[in-house]
Ligand binder design. Structure first.
Ligand code: HEC
Ligand code: HEC
Ligand code: HEC
Length: 409
């Protein structure tokens, strides 16, 4: 948060007052008894939509207990725990009717009428069609019912008071399904729908204001996720080699593209989910995103012929000194968006955390250097990569940024 504490606090107070004054009252929706039966095609589409919407990324912590939750999602305000969305009637959503589920997706209100935190990306899910919401419901209600309570959220007063969210919703929530744009073809519209609604890509790739709302005027202009930098996916994309429909589709489905490198950090789980959805859905998203990205131009090859002993020793085995050289299938660092981004976050994160080994997948691997390198060495390496593999101006405050990223682990 770049905002001064005073200003942040007065904004929060303002929202609290609005929330208090707002006479938005949501009734409890009566419980339903017993499991309903759904057509198998509807459940199958629900499974694909759940993957597109990353429901499991937040709602599963233990793979053997899918959707039974427990993950604490970090936000600049505190930690909100994803709840149990299996059909367990006590601790999950077993007593929820489809209208109750739809209200949660569209308005961020639970069955009993309590407001939900927008960590559940309902400002995006509200754009989903009734049909897709019904399919998600059918999928979740046919999962095994598991008993599990989420831990209590860790939020300061007044944010731990759910009614504050009524004010937040009045200010920032525009409920209702996505409206197709007749100026574009069906593929583009399908992609726009998936990106903006269920895919909620803006949840990380759109900058947020002081109260955590996505900045409407700056859709996909670059945001933050768990102290990683989520680069712009529109005209401001810093990718040295412009993205195309093909490269986007490859990256989104495999987590890797030969001209851009690998998905790291929170994007790894997103691409792992997208690997399981129909290729046509991912391609439609690629069509939509590519239409907003800069048009491809001849590839820049930036190499100032650097020479750094730490880089040569720790990194040189995989990343060649010469920008055009590649090892282990990794493209030149000159093509890395992280190296060419306005913030050093991505580079620092990838040096400290690496790219985790993924069992049974041919995904690229890079070790974590969190224990091998000191903060000063990480800062020096980031400065070296920037000056050697990018034409962009040097980053400021590298040591402070390294300390910040390390502290966020
Ligand atoms: C970025 C993390 C995240 C993702 C992705 C996510 N959720 Fe959630 N969800 C949460 C959190 C956190 C809560 C709890 C919010 C609260 O306590 O106010 C929640 C709550 C819910 C609830 C309310 C449950 C209750 O008992 O009140 C439902 C229903 C739900 N999510 C469904 C989904 C579905 C369906 C998807 C995928 C299409 C999904 N969520 C994706 C984080 C997430
Ligand atoms: C949980 C947060 C999160 C969500 C949700 C998310 N992303 Fe990302 N995304 C990131 C981060 C962080 C990076 C940077 C990864 C890196 O440095 O390798 C990234 C990188 C990317 C890139 C590479 C950009 C570049 O120039 O290198 C693309 C393309 C992308 N995301 C597309 C999407 C799409 C499409 C969606 C929605 C289906 C999506 N992302 C949802 C966090 C997220
Ligand atoms: C075992 C091989 C290996 C070693 C050692 C290694 N890397 Fe990597 N690195 C990779 C692979 C594979 C990728 C993924 C391909 C890509 O994104 O370019 C990668 C990606 C990167 C990226 C791009 C990340 C992004 O999201 O754009 C940076 C920056 C990076 N490495 C820096 C370093 C630095 C600095 C060191 C030394 C401290 C290092 N690497 C050591 C294999 C390695």
């Amino acid at each position: 948060m770049k905002l001064s504490r005073g200003l942040g606090a007065s904004l929060i107070t303002a929202v609290l007052i609005i929330g208090g004054c707002a006479s938005v009252w949501h009734p409890s929706i009566p419980p339903v008894a017993g499991p309903a039966v759904f057509p198998p095609e509807q459940v199958a589409r629900g499974a694909e939509l759940a993957a597109l919407g990353d429901c499991a990324v937040c709602h599963t912590t233990d793979g053997s207990r899918p959707y039974a939750s427990g993950r604490g999602v970090p936000t600049p305000f505190g930690v909100v725990y994803a709840t149990n969305i299996t059909p367990d009637p006590k601790t999950g959503i077993g007593a929820w009717s489809e209208p109750a589920f739809r209200r949660a997706m569209r308005e961020g209100v639970d069955r009993e009428g309590r407001n939900l935190y927008p960590v559940l990306p309902y400002p995006h899910f509200t754009r989903a069609t009734d049909q897709d919401i019904a399919a998600l419901y059918a999928f979740l209600m046919t999962r095994p019912a598991l008993h599990s309570d989420a831990p209590p959220n860790r939020l300061p007063f007044p944010l731990n008071q759910r009614f504050v969210l009524k004010g937040w919703n009045l200010l920032y929530l525009r409920p209702g399904p996505w409206q197709p744009d007749p100026a574009h073809d069906a593929d583009w519209n399908r992609g726009a729908y998936l990106v903006e609604a269920v895919g909620h890509c803006g949840g990380c790739h759109t900058p947020r204001n002081a109260l955590g709302a996505e900045n409407g005027g700056q859709t996909l202009a670059g945001g933050e996720a768990e102290s990683w930098y989520a680069p712009p996916l529109q005209a401001a994309s810093p990718a040295p080699q412009a993205w195309t429909v093909d490269s986007l589709a490859a990256y989104l489905r495999t987590g890797f593209d030969a001209n851009h490198g690998a998905a790291a950090g929170p994007m790894t789980a997103v691409t792992a989910e997208l690997a399981t959805v129909p290729a046509a859905d991912v391609r439609a998203m690629a069509v939509y995103l590519a239409s907003m990205m800069p048009k491809p131009a001849p590839a820049p090859v930036v190499a100032h012929g650097g020479d750094d002993p730490v880089f040569a020793g720790a990194c040189g085995g995989c990343h060649g000194q010469d920008a055009t050289m590649t090892r282990n299938g990794a493209p030149s660092l000159a093509l890395s968006t992280a190296v060419n981004a306005p913030t050093p976050r991505g580079v620092i994160q990838v040096i400290l955390r690496g790219l985790p080994w993924r069992e049974g997948q041919a995904a690229p691997y890079m070790p974590s250097f969190a224990t091998a390198l000191t903060d000063a060495q990480v800062a020096d390496l980031a400065a070296y990569l920037r000056s050697t593999y990018s034409d962009k101006p040097a980053w400021n405050d590298l040591p402070a940024e390294v300390a910040k990223v390390r502290g966020a682990s």
